[in-house]
Design a protein around this ligand. Structure first.
Ligand SMILES: [Zn+2]
Length: 121
């Protein structure tokens, strides 16, 4: 049992470091792994909330982590969208609940998730 939880911990850390390797779309500052929060995950789909240390921009990052393959960051936000997020109030519990419910009810592949739910807000 200990091995299993440690593996899941390692995966979380991997995902956080992965997201930290993406620069902030607004100021190009790299994210700190400590500023990446795992919101939820559903099979290979991970959702992280990030906050830029430098400019304070917040956003959600989607990543698909598949066993045996290189992880793929799915982040389709443009700088304009990031700029819009910046004007938005802080991500609150309701937003996270929405994402959680979206994942819970979601039963298709990632492509259909993105096509069907292009906007979470
Ligand atoms: Zn920034």
């Amino acid at each position: 049992m200990a091995a299993r939880s440690s593996k899941s911990y390692e995966k979380r850390e991997l995902v956080k470091h992965l997201v930290a390797s993406i620069p902030c779309a607004v100021c190009q500052h790299y994210h700190e792994p400590d500023n990446v929060r795992v919101v939820d995950h559903h099979h290979e789909m991970w959702i992280m909330a990030v906050k830029c240390d430098h400019c304070g921009t917040q956003g959600l990052v989607f990543a698909v982590i598949q066993e045996g393959e290189g992880p793929e960051i799915v982040n389709e936000l443009t700088s304009q969208e990031w700029a819009r997020f910046r004007e938005m109030p802080q991500i609150d519990a309701d937003d996270l609940l929405d994402v959680h419910e979206l994942l819970r009810d979601f039963d298709g592949d990632c492509i259909s998730l993105f096509e069907g739910e292009a906007t979470l807000a």
